[in-house]
Structures are given as structure tokens and as C-alpha cells.
Design a protein around this ligand. Structure first.
Ligand code: FPP
Length: 260
């Protein structure tokens, strides 16, 4: 299966990388950064970068699904992104409408299920409708979950979870001593992609090396890969290269390797 994928993308692959099927990350999260800089470098308006970035989402989604990834979480709009110019925010709010308008048939063809996490109730009606329609149209798909973080912020997510747990304690549904990692994990938005709540691999494009309020709890033991590519130029071969980097990391989870 992987060979077929390589042939398909061979025109953008510098050298052939053989991925280990037994070490595939089940959940990959991506901070898709650098749309604005990609556009500005070409004397284009910033939104041209977002538009191109949307096309890249399609390619990367199909590649990840073909590789057998179970969950692909994409940071599409943060709770802080409202600070951008109104025109840019409006454009970003239109993107899910454009994206699902053209891409749902391919999602169905590839057995991909759409999920969204974030404070979606604050999104414009048209954006909510596009997202909800896509969730409905793909709800019976059993393959990869394409999980969009939309109006998502990890500190806000943690505050919401703490409030929920505090209420459960107050209403005597939960004892203080019962609060453990599992209770917290189940109270976070990634419970909607259980059992793959925590990504094994986080990729951030554009050369920036920050987490930017993304999945703060869930990334505790994730491998972080920072790519120098701007998101609009990120190719399937870059994803394969970054998964390859992940596969060569020594994951110890605070322990030591047996026999060492
Ligand atoms: C960060 O680049 C990117 C975003 C804030 C938006 C991400 C959105 C997409 C990639 C489009 C796909 C979305 C959907 C819903 C299909 P930036 O603007 O911060 O870039 P810069 O750091 O160079 O300014």
C-alpha cells in the first residue's frame, strides 16, 4: 500500500522513504502555520495563503488516511485568531464552507469521518452549518477521523473541563480523590476522538517552534516535529518525511529502554 502512495507522490519525493507500518502514529496533530508569510513572499494578499492552505489540507488528509492514520487533528482557527483583521477572519470563516462544498464526496470515497472540536457556537451560522452538514454526511464512515480544531484554545478547554469536574464534585457525582488523569482526559474536547485522545506526533510548519495554546494536556508525551516549510507548500512527501523523523525518535515516556 505504501509503495503505491510513493509512486503517486513520487514527483515531489526527493528520495524514497520507507515508513515502518508497525510504527505509524495513530493520531497526528498539525499546526498549519505560515499561510500569511507564504503569500507575502509572493506579493499576494495573506488570504491567498489560506486559500492555497485549504488545498493542502485536502492532499494531506488523503495522504494521512492512505497511510492508515486514525485521527488527523488540524488547528484551523484558534480562540486568539479573532484578533486578526475583520476581512481575514471573514475569509477564514468562509473556508470550511468552501472546503466541505467541494471535498465531501472525496471524504466519503475515502471513508473519512469529520469531527470538530472547539467553541463552535461562536462561529457564524454559515460556518456552523457547513461543519454540521459535513459531520452528518460522513457520520457512517469508519476510517480516519479528520478532526478540525475550530475556535479552539487549550487553556479555555482546560477551564471548561475544570468547571465540569468541579460541578460533578459539588453534585456528589465524583469524589475529589477520584480525580485522576483519566477523569481529566475524558473531560477534554479530544474525548470526541477516543480512544486516540492524545497525538503521538505534533507537526508545526513554517519554522516556528511553539505550541500556541494547542492541546496542552494531550501533548505531554507527543513527539514534536518542526518543519521549515510554510503550510501552503507542505507536500505529501513532507508528511512522510516528518512521520519518518517520528519513527526514528526514542520514546521512553519518562522511563528507560529495557536492557539499557
Ligand atoms: C496560520 O498561518 C494559519 C491559520 C491561522 C489558518 C489555517 C487555515 C488553513 C490552513 C486553511 C484550511 C482550513 C480549513 C477549514 C479547510 P498564518 O496566517 O498565521 O501565517 P503567518 O504566520 O505566516 O502569518
Amino acid at each position: 500500500m505504501f509503495d503505491k502512495l510513493f509512486n503517486k507522490f513520487s514527483n515531489d519525493t526527493k528520495e524514497e522513504i520507507k515508513l515502518d507500518e508497525n510504527k505509524m502514529p495513530q493520531h497526528i496533530a498539525i499546526i498549519m502555520d505560515g499561510n500569511g508569510r507564504w503569500a507575502q513572499k509572493r506579493d499576494l494578499p495573506r488570504v491567498a495563503g489560506h486559500k492555497r492552505g485549504m488545498e493542502v489540507v485536502k492532499d494531506i488528509t488523503k495522504t494521512a488516511s492512505g497511510l492508515g492514520v486514525k485521527v488527523l487533528t488540524l488547528y484551523a482557527f484558534s480562540t486568539e485568531n479573532w484578533k486578526r483583521p475583520k476581512k481575514e477572519v471573514n475569509f477564514l470563516m468562509d473556508l470550511p464552507v468552501k472546503f466541505f462544498d467541494t471535498f465531501v464526496p472525496e471524504l466519503i470515497e475515502n471513508n473519512i469521518k469529520v469531527n470538530v472540536m472547539g467553541y463552535t457556537e461562536y462561529l457564524p451560522e454559515k460556518t456552523q452549518k457547513a461543519v454540521n452538514d459535513a459531520i452528518e454526511q460522513t457520520k457512517n464512515n469508519t476510517g480516519m477521523i479528520l478532526n478540525f480544531a475550530l475556535n479552539y484554545g487549550s487553556r479555555a478547554e482546560i477551564i471548561t473541563a475544570v468547571k465540569k469536574i468541579a460541578l460533578d464534585v459539588k453534585n456528589q457525582k465524583l469524589a475529589v480523590d477520584e480525580i485522576d488523569e483519566d477523569v481529566i482526559s475524558k473531560s477534554l474536547m479530544t474525548q470526541s476522538v477516543a480512544p486516540y485522545n492524545d497525538p503521538e506526533l505534533l507537526i508545526r510548519t513554517s519554522g516556528e517552534e511553539r505550541i500556541s495554546n494547542f492541546l496542552l494536556w494531550q501533548l505531554a508525551y507527543s513527539e514534536l516535529v518542526f518543519s521549515d516549510k510554510f503550510w501552503p507548500e507542505y507536500k505529501p512527501s513532507d508528511l512522510i518525511e516528518d512521520i519518518n523523523k517520528y519513527q526514528h525518535r526514542d520514546r521512553r515516556f519518562g522511563g528507560v529502554k529495557e536492557g539499557k
